[in-house]
Design a protein around this ligand. Structure first.
Ligand code: S3P
Length: 456
């Protein structure tokens, strides 16, 4: 029986509750073994593709963060059923491609850009109307980037000024297949168009000048979609055959490298640390942070490299290291796009200067991550210069940051800012006070628990 009550209990509202401030201070070395929760991108896609397959898809290791629960809630509102049999153990009974039903209420996407943009893609080729709402952070984020290609496919949108939520859309049946070259390096836009293409007659193609995370491509093939990827003049051409039929799958979700990132950096910058982080996804389109931190002198060993659910995975043994500032090549940005906030923390403790550039996309994440991190790190005593498309950071060469005294870090409902500044607090003299820990539950509900566990 679908168990709605469990999902609702998991989902503490972000905006209506009062903020939960917290001071993060040095906890001593991080040691022992931890296991990070399931990958957020793969968890969203497991639910969505399962909801489009006919029959039962079984998922283990699903991330039960608020963002993923928002996706599950929306899919149930459109006719799929989900069951939760234990922690991270879910099964989904899908409606078949083309079978989504019109939701009776607005779809509340909370803080989740991935849920919103991918579901907009799905709905674009169904003959249904849906409204999307979200929290203050999500309601400020640009949706024009998906509205544009999906309108070309025939969907209609009425958005708030500036192409933002709340918005209402009506899909087109049949939709029109398109060939679309991505104007921004975005896996969400790529995926939205490919998902719309599933229920569109003919072939829908996305041209990707810069490769972004490829979970949609891998998983759609696994579910039986006819999808091809060709490299032409250095660009990826991804084509999906429409009127697809998806067959249910059994999926094991690997650990999220974007969540592991906080513990990798925490162990590198905390003296005496020697931490084993188990089950970390290391898909090449996601593993940029490990490459950059190793270049900075980080002692990160890949142990027991293997495949989980069709994705490369390893355990990471991370030891405290003397980091060296570097110039980060902007070409690596898409493979670590969510990890820059915590890289900026690592750079603040490194020896010498770290420069980053080509990071305009960080300004339209859950917050403007360039300005939020520059302000936050300066408040904690780091030396940071904010440029239009990156930060320049003069590191302390391992000397703990002073920390925040009177000031409280404003996290702007951004989970990754909250966790990054918590990590900065570990390497500070006086601790770092952040204004609100609630958003952490969007992607990493067990973050504080694991931090306490690894430091004891
Ligand atoms: C995601 C893609 C990225 C990333 C986000 C998850 C995905 O967003 O920042 O956290 O699952 O496709 P963009 O596509 O906006 O870069």
């Amino acid at each position: 029986m679908p168990n709605r009550r469990i999902h609702r209990q998991n989902r503490k509202p972000l905006v209506t509750d009062t903020p939960t401030p917290k001071r993060f201070a040095s906890l001593g070395p991080l040691t022992g073994t931890i296991h990070v929760p399931g990958d957020k991108s793969i968890s969203h896609r497991s639910l969505m593709f399962g909801a489009l397959a006919v029959g039962e898809t079984k998922v283990s290791g699903l991330l039960e963060g608020h963002d993923v629960i928002a996706t599950a809630d929306a899919l149930r509102a459109m006719g799929a059923t989900t069951e939760r049999s234990g922690k991270g153990q879910w099964s989904i009974h899908g409606v078949g491609v083309g079978g989504l039903l019109q939701p009776k209420q607005a779809l509340d996407m909370g803080n989740s850009g991935t849920s919103t943009r991918l579901l907009m893609g799905l709905i674009a080729s169904h003959g249904i109307t849906a409204s999307f709402t979200g929290d203050a952070s999500l309601s400020g984020r640009p949706m024009g980037r998906v509205i544009e290609p999906l309108s070309q496919m025939g969907a209609n949108f009425t958005s708030s000024p500036g192409g933002t939520l709340p918005l209402m859309m009506t899909g087109s049946l049949p939709a029109i297949p398109i060939t679309y070259r991505l104007p921004v390096a975005s896996a969400q836009v790529k995926s939205a168009v490919l998902l719309a293409g599933l229920n569109t007659p003919g072939i829908t193609t996305v041209i990707e000048p810069v490769p972004t995370r490829d979970h949609s491509e891998r998983m759609l093939k696994g579910f039986g979609a006819e999808l091809t990827v060709e490299e032409i003049d250095g660009e990826r051409h991804i084509s999906i055959h429409g009127d697809a039929e998806l067959s249910p799958q059994t999926i094991t979700v690997p650990g999220d490298p974007s969540s592991a990132a906080f513990f990798i950096v925490a162990a590198l910058i905390t003296e005496g640390s020697d931490l084993l982080i188990e089950n970390v996804g290391l898909n090449a389109t996601r593993a940029g942070l490990v490459t950059v931190l190793k270049k900075m002198g980080g002692n990160i060993e890949l142990v027991d490299e293997r495949e989980v659910g069709g994705e490369p995975v390893a355990d990471l043994r991370v030891k405290h290291s003397r980091l060296q500032g570097i110039d980060v090549d902007p070409a690596i940005a898409p493979s670590m796009i969510d990890e820059f906030p915590v890289l900026f923390v690592a750079a603040s403790l490194a020896k010498g200067r770290t420069t980053t550039s080509g990071l305009d996309e960080l300004r339209v994440k859950e917050s403007d991550r360039l300005s939020t991190m520059a302000t936050a790190l300066k408040a904690a005593g780091a030396i940071v210069e904010e440029l239009a498309d990156g930060l320049i950071i003069e590191g302390s060469d391992g000397v703990p940051l002073p920390g925040t005294d009177e000031e409280t870090i404003v996290t702007h409902l951004d989970h990754r800012i909250a966790m990054s500044m918590a990590v900065a607090g570990l390497a500070s003299k006086g601790g770092v006070e952040i204004d609100d820990t609630r958003p952490i539950s969007t992607s990493f509900p067990s973050f504080e628990e694991l931090l306490a566990e690894s430091a004891s």
